[in-house]
Design a protein around this ligand. Structure first.
Ligand code: KG4
Ligand code: ZN
Length: 340
């Protein structure tokens, strides 16, 4: 360790993963610990906010201490403590924020609040140095957005979902098919075994629009299943999954391609939990990996779903830009992604 090395602690508790990580010099993962609560929420078919908060309280110290041990660091080695301030579940966010504030206050370490989606985008910087301008396709349980970045810390949302997020649609369709929570990975698996034989809608939302809408598609799947049941026709869930996934991927890839053309970006980044989708990853590879002067970055699965390494990676950039939070930092469940 040299005196000039920067070590950033990240804490993430916005939903159902309790996570702590340490990043060296903005890009190198030194420790990345994630405790998932999925098993506790499964029987309810979705995340129960109260249970999520309780788990975070129980797990936070363990997860954080494990990260510090793995990194073999003392508090005075840390340059900053970064934490997700929103969006997310208010109670869940508060557990992480209060832990971060307590550590920052007790050890007199700078504190930086980080936007969860900025974190998802910056997960890519743990793979490859970012080059601007770039475009990020953000597809998570709560968000579907195309984000244009002209420089570090600058986020312009050029399109977003008008209703359901992609992950939300995956989870709801999965539930209708009787699959466990979270449904995205199950639909993904089934989709690869089926054929996209059912005609389902694609919401283009008008010429030149980079916005998305998935609630019509979700309703179409539910109606298709309902009608088939009434007529005693048996639909193969694999074909339903394949048809649904084909529609989602078609819209995501087509709109991303139009945005890449319009904004002439150097890099295209994939971010968020749905970035773990095999079909989406393959479709993006096929469409963009051979485009001249465009670099496609797709993070490994462990950095697509919620983790704290991504929060520390985004936090490092904000810290370098001089962004600081004080002890009045509060959870902001509806925090907008704006430039820092
Ligand atoms: O980013 P994330 O971990 O949490 C939020 O910030 O929302 O995303 C979780 C979402 C869930 O909706 C989950 O079903 C979806 O990501 N997901 C997937 C896959 N793996 C996770 N969706 C489709 N295919 C997958 N393989
Ligand atoms: Zn997330």
């Amino acid at each position: 360790m040299t005196k000039t090395d920067e070590y950033i602690l990240g804490i993430e508790t916005s939903c159902d993963e309790t996570a702590a990580a340490i990043i060296k010099n903005g890009r190198e993962i030194v420790a990345n610990v994630v405790a998932s609560q999925i098993e506790s929420h499964k029987r309810f078919g979705g995340v129960v906010p109260e249970i999520a908060s309780r788990h975070h309280v129980e797990q936070l110290t363990i997860v954080f201490e494990e990260a510090m041990q793995k990194a073999n660091l003392e508090f005075n080695d840390l340059s900053a403590i970064t934490v997700t301030e929103g969006p997310g579940l208010v109670g869940a966010l508060l557990t992480g924020i209060n832990a971060a504030k307590a550590l920052a206050f007790a050890h007199q370490i700078p504190l930086v609040g980080v936007h969860h989606i900025a974190g998802h985008i910056y997960a890519n910087r743990l793979i490859q140095e970012l080059e601007f301008p770039l475009l990020a396709l953000v597809v998570s349980g709560g968000h579907t957005e195309l984000v244009y970045m002209k420089e570090h810390g600058s986020f312009e949302v050029i399109g977003e979902t008008l209703d359901d997020a992609a992950g939300e649609a995956y989870d709801k369709v999965a539930r209708t098919l009787g699959l466990p929570y979270p449904g995205g990975p199950h639909i993904d698996r089934l989709a690869h075994e089926g054929t996209p034989s059912i005609d389902l809608p694609r919401a283009w939302l008008g010429e030149g629009s980079f916005d998305f809408s998935f609630s019509g598609l979700k309703s179409a799947v539910i109606n298709t299943l309902h009608n088939a049941k009434q007529k005693d026709i048996e639909l193969d869930p694999k074909d339903v999954a394949a048809s649904f996934q084909a529609s989602v991927i078609d819209v995501l890839v087509t709109k991303t391609a139009q945005a890449v053309d319009k904004y002439e970006v150097k890099q295209l980044l994939l971010a968020g939990g749905v970035a773990a989708n095999k079909g989406l990853r393959a479709a993006l590879e096929q469409k963009f990996s051979t485009v001249d002067n465009l670099e496609l970055i797709i993070p490994p699965l462990s950095l697509c779903t919620d983790n704290a390494a991504m929060i520390a990676a985004a936090g490092s950039v904000l810290f370098q830009k001089g962004v600081r939070s004080d002890l009045a930092l509060n959870a902001n469940p509806g925090l907008e992604l704006t430039s820092y």
